[in-house]
Design a protein around this ligand. Structure first.
Ligand SMILES: [Zn+2]
Length: 333
């Protein structure tokens, strides 16, 4: 195998059910990548030990000497305590409280490490190499089993006072609507994330409405993906579910457009990117309906994200390169 020369950044996107690791050069080329499943709960020392072993093995397989690795950029689900630089808690990962992964990772890997919250890391990835390339005012909306977003305003990430900016999934869209696990009712996430789309499809089936959605799911549980597949075939029930979902997303996006005047909003995540054109077109229509024409008339561009699952991984690498250059302003953890 040809040896890779030059510096590279180790990157890691730590999720509740999977971890993505990779090695990325300064231009953003993904030199090596691995995805492995994890089961919560796990203790921090376990996570760090496994990560170290897998990253070193990945580098070796790719023909990269560990001395070429300049640092590590990594992302985790929040919330983070920026002032004290720790992960406050992370129920997705295990019973963690006040954990400083940074020190543990640096000791274990022998390189400096920088942390970012997952949605913002993915935003930085799409901004660097994907749908937000060269765009200073950019919003990345991630729609999957939950909904969140990352905001770049004038090229700078918006984190908010305590670091929780972008929690758009808990915006109240329908007062008195379905209950959310945050304790509120009618949150965007309960109306437009993957499980909500599947619930709407299930309800249509129980009502005996004529649709091909169940054929699209091949006997397994109804998913948002099955709804999108049926909608692409022109299924009227599926199209109405997509429209209803897009209406809620459009209300939220119009609010963001009013507030921040972004140039580009990218739809990412399993549902956001998986919905493809059928969801994109419906979200565009809904956003335009709820947004004053003088804002949309400026050329608000709503598009599908480009990097898929790798947005967070590449964004974590970006965080590492920024950190190495002293440009990662919120060096949390
Ligand atoms: Zn909520």
């Amino acid at each position: 195998m040809a040896r890779i020369t030059g510096r590279c950044m180790a990157a890691c996107d730590i999720g509740g059910t999977k971890v993505l690791i990779g090695l990325v050069d300064e231009e953003g080329a993904l030199l090596a990548r691995e995805r492995y499943p994890v089961q919560a709960p796990r203790m921090p020392a376990q996570v760090v030990g496994e990560l170290t072993a897998r990253l070193r093995a990945l580098a070796e397989r790719a023909g990269i000497a560990w001395e070429q690795v300049s640092g590590l950029g990594y992302s985790t689900p929040g919330p983070l305590d920026r002032a004290r630089r720790v992960i406050i808690s992370c129920l997705n990962l295990g019973p963690w409280e006040n954990v400083s992964l940074k020190a543990m990772l640096q000791d274990s890997l022998g390189v400096p490490a920088w942390l970012e919250m997952d949605a913002l890391a993915a935003t930085l990835g799409e901004g660097w190499l994907g749908a937000g390339q060269g765009v200073a005012d950019f919003i990345y909306l991630v729609v999957g089993t939950g909904i969140g977003c990352g905001l770049l305003v004038d090229g700078r990430p918006v984190r908010g006072w305590a670091g929780s900016a972008g929690e758009i999934g808990h915006l109240t869209i329908v007062p008195g609507g379905p209950p959310c696990n945050c304790g509120n009712y009618g949150c965007l996430e309960e109306l437009a994330a993957g499980p909500a789309i599947a619930r709407r499809a299930q309800a249509a089936l129980w009502q005996g409405r004529e649709t091909i959605i169940s054929q699209q799911s091949n006997g397994s549980d109804i998913t948002a993906e099955a709804v999108f597949a049926a909608a692409r075939s022109g299924d009227a029930v599926a199209l109405s579910i997509v429209d209803e979902t897009a209406e809620y997303l459009g209300i939220a996006l119009a609010g963001l457009a009013n507030l921040l005047n972004p140039q580009v909003i990218a739809l990412g995540g399993g549902v956001g990117q998986g919905g493809g054109d059928v969801l994109l077109e419906a979200v565009r229509r809904a956003t335009l309906r709820h947004c004053p024409s003088w804002i949309t008339g400026q050329g608000l561009d709503i598009r599908t994200a480009r990097l898929g699952d790798d947005a967070g991984l590449l964004g974590a690498a970006r965080v590492g390169w920024l950190g190495l250059n002293g440009e990662h302003e919120a060096d949390v953890s």
